[in-house]
Design a protein around this ligand. Structure first.
Ligand code: SF4
Length: 308
């Protein structure tokens, strides 16, 4: 028998010696020739021992055939319990399985894919809380109940529906009005949902990004910024500059890029200075400079006075 390892308790002697029985069981289960040397054995309990054999399958390097044998109390016969292929300490294992909901990454969703949102998703909360329902037996409840009954009865007279059918609409409630206006949504963003969205956008298109650090001015002063309504509008907007890396994305008001509407305003052409006249009289040039000295004195005086 090869070198044996034991747990805290001493393995049963007859079970430990049943290596041939264990090997025969392993070879019966495995393909021919893939059961290698006896590697070790462990005591699983009283008269229960597991024998390990090397697995020679190329794809299962480090795995071991584990054959468990046992013996009844006072019996001399060792019997077979089970045979399995188990990974050893150095075996190559597949990564731990992760549920798809945890594996999903932003951008994984493709056309036609459905991504169910959990009922307890922290990012969402009910769109209306039913707070418009008055307390039971209150004056408001009784008045509104009477009013609702009358409205339903009138409605039932004008339509084919019974009062019971019309009652399901809870006329006059905030939910019914919101539904009529097309505003009703079963769930809306919770405070937590708002925060995580804001953090995500700030990280991608916020003031700390290299693009914003090098921008000539922030988005809040840019003509391409579309404002958002709601509380997030105080910190974010949507970029509508097709040449910006943030086109169509939610950007922080302190983000910015080189496409800022006022970044490269064309300079106006320089205006020439107003001409300066130092004399209103014409200058006289002699026709024959060599005879300059022969110009009559009266003529020069006339020229200086602008009468020539
Ligand atoms: S163009 Fe640049 S500066 Fe203007 S809104 Fe878009 S990202 Fe902000």
């Amino acid at each position: 028998m090869s070198a044996a390892t034991t747990r805290s308790r001493t393995p049963d002697r007859l079970c430990a010696e049943a290596v041939d029985l264990a090997r025969a069981a392993a070879e019966e289960t495995a393909a021919p020739g893939v059961v290698g040397e006896h590697v070790s054995l462990v005591s699983e309990g009283d008269r229960v021992v597991t024998h390990f054999f090397e697995c020679k399958e190329p794809g299962y390097r480090g795995w071991r055939w584990a054959v468990t044998v046992a013996r009844a109390s006072r019996a001399k016969n060792v019997t077979l319990d089970e045979t399995v292929l188990l990974p050893g300490p150095d075996s190559l294992l597949a990564p731990e399985w992760v549920p798809w909901s945890e594996r999903l990454r932003p951008g994984d969703l493709g056309p036609g894919d459905l991504l169910p949102t959990e009922a307890e998703d922290l990012r969402l909360e009910p769109g209306y809380a039913g707070e418009d329902v008055p307390p039971p037996k209150s004056a408001i409840e009784e008045t509104s109940h009477d009013l609702a009954e009358r409205v339903e009865a009138e409605d039932a007279e004008l339509t084919d529906r019974t009062p019971a059918e019309t009652a399901t609409n809870a006329r006059g409630s905030i939910a019914a009005v919101a539904e009529e206006l097309g505003m009703r949504r079963a769930r809306v963003l919770s405070r937590y949902g708002l925060h995580v969205a804001a953090d995500r956008w700030e990280e991608s298109f916020g003031a700390k990004t290299p693009m914003a650090q090098a921008a000539p001015a922030p988005c809040v002063t840019c003509g391409f910024l579309l404002p958002l309504t709601g509380s997030l509008g105080q910190a974010f907007g949507v970029c509508a500059n097709e040449f910006s890396p943030a086109d169509g994305r939610v950007v922080s008001l302190s983000y910015g890029c080189g496409g800022h509407s006022e970044a490269a305003v064309m300079p106006k052409p320089p205006q020439p200075p107003v001409p300066v006249f130092d004399s209103l009289a014409p200058d006289v040039f002699p026709l024959h400079p060599e005879r300059e000295g022969s110009v009559p004195e009266g003529a020069l005086q006339d020229a200086d006075l602008g009468h020539s």
